[in-house]
Write a protein that binds this ligand. Sequence first.
Ligand code: PEP
Ligand code: MG
Length: 542
Amino acid sequence: MQVYKGVSASPGLVMGPIYRIHHSGAGLGRIVELPVREQALFDAAVVLAKDELRQLEEAAEGDDRDIILFQRVMLDDPALNREVQEYIAAGAGSAAAMERAAAICARRIESVDDEYIRQRSADVLDACRRVVNILDGRPRTPVQLEMPSILAGERIFPSDIVSVGRGMILGIAAAEGSVQSHAAIIARTMGIPAVAQLGPAFLNEAPLTRGILDADNGRLVVDPDREAVRAAQRRIVSGGILKKRMSVLRSQPCVTLDGTILSLRANCSCPEDIEIAMEAGAEGVGLLRSEFMIADGRIPGEEEQYYFYISCLQAAGGKPVTVRTFDIGSDKTVRGVSEPALNPALGMRGIRMSLARPQMFLDQVCALLRAAAKGPLQVMFPMITCAEDWRLTMELVNRAKAQLRQRGVPFKEDTVFGSMIEVPSAALLAPELAAQGCGFFSIGTNDLTQYTYAADRLDGRFSGYFAGESTAVHRLIDLTIAAAKQAGLPVCACGVSTSDPGRAVRYARQGVRILSMEASSILPVKAKLLEADLAAPETAQG
Ligand code: PEP
Ligand code: MG
């Protein structure tokens, strides 16, 4: 048994097999070409995929060989190929066309009244994914877990988590990484325990078989002895009892002792997250990180995005959803879109990236304006730094509206647009943003701390800046709230720090009335706020 100490990135305690991830270089995304070229690329990718499968077939035995043979034959299926051809002719990229055709073909197989044939739908998807990966230049062996496991690696990326089926990742153990990283944020949103900064040594332990990931205490126990296993089992059982007690708070409104009403919302990235958040008692989605939709490098067109946002509204069941437009850049790399930069956090990121790619942005805004006609959806922009950013952004929003009008497509004319406040200049210029028509502010404490203290949020050595009370950040929040009050605008705070009950109370004292956090923190934060008296002197709050 060996114990490794790291930093907790998402709480919880789990036990299970450890699966080591090895990252090989991912390929580059690309612009969709003319249909004739896309078709040629597709045909070539199928030939290559069949070749790879033939090699695997030769190395396989018995049933395994049959499965691979089936996959290879499937790639010649006329119906599948016709479907791909039609999508390509309609303007889709070859990879996207293959993905869609595969999903349809798999669904068709799943509806057959024969269990054996139904099982084959997974093989269809697998074979088609091979072609998609070739087209995207990705390695053909992404994370494939055979049983629920603890993922271990030097670093775990958002795409590692989203590419694995829900329920298959028990926990995450990373040699590096930080609490503010987006992989950690996704882990918390999905309620997956995670420990970062365990150091490289644990990865050298061979073989990594079983482990106890005690993310409540930032520890990984590799190859635990019987006593450690029993102790972990006891804690897992008592943790379940505490959860039940907390759930009583779910339906209670969040009103502090002095009668201040707060809205506790969730940070999410997809409809599945939203469902989890609603179960956890969220009163809406305060931050939908839309960029996770495109983490694999494929940027869906307007129509597909529209259905995605509609699904988010449905998952929220009538509660408000605030969608942030793509925040690409810095650590949120998207293949084919992100640019290499000397200082990625200070470069082409957030709204700058959207302004530099107007067509991508227009597609997104059109989809959002249309979805806003279907439910309580508002939109905000990441990394706005000044009134000029806002003006240029709204110019494109107005262009999107004009396009929709011209096409005769219904949308919500008075959709509310707001600005993230995650750069000090935005807090300092909040009155100017309000004067330009900004409809609300959402304070992103992760980046606001990073940019205020010039401390890389991904570098664990600087985690001290993010962990405690921060006078400089609080002053910037005060400025934002003063500007919002003056203009009568709502203010939300999102970011990792809102999940800390003590800091949530602090933000409420400053005047923030909407707090958005990881779903798993909503009840502990609510428990603390219900006991808080915002009118009492600060020292009384502890
Ligand atoms: C933030 O910066 O606080 C924030 C919520 O945005 P993200 O973490 O996605 O950069
Ligand atoms: Mg941010």
